[in-house]
Design a binder for this molecule. Structure first.
Ligand SMILES: [Zn+2]
Length: 136
């Protein structure tokens, strides 16, 4: 039979499939989308510079991927470091790399904001004029 060693079996590099279920859209200063990694759909939040990502599993558990530092804080990455990183790191790196560059523009999110709409009773003094205080 095969020889038995006392050392642990080397951890194999991860492989799998990831795809955007919902492409990231600008939300305030972030982008948010849904990425399926090996069939699990994560809500992915990317900072404007896309230097990392926060992944939220369907159950609410969150992992933080640091693309620049090539790290993830999931148990697999912490306790079973693999060559090339865990599936979250690899998937985010691959998926973010395929995003259109135009979405990088932080200004895009701001430009898409609509002008404010007023609601409620109209204010008599908007704080800029002092007509009401002129009578002395
Ligand atoms: Zn991970």
């Amino acid at each position: 039979m095969s020889s038995v060693t006392k050392t642990r079996k080397p951890v194999q590099p991860v492989r799998g499939v990831c795809r955007w279920v919902i492409l990231p859209i600008p939300v305030r200063d972030f982008e948010s989308g849904v990425l399926a990694i090996n069939g699990t759909e994560y809500v992915v939040t990317l900072p404007a510079d896309r230097s990392g990502a926060r992944l939220t599993k369907p159950g609410g558990e969150q992992y933080h991927v640091d693309l620049d530092g090539r790290r993830c804080d999931c148990p697999d990455a912490v306790y079973r470091p693999r060559e090339g990183g865990c599936k979250h790191f690899k998937a985010v790196a691959a998926a973010v790399g395929r995003l259109p560059a135009a979405r990088l523009l932080l200004g895009t999110a701001r430009d898409r904001r609509h002008n404010p709409e007023c609601f409620g009773p109209a204010a008599e003094d908007d704080g800029h004029g002092h007509d009401a205080a002129d009578a002395l």
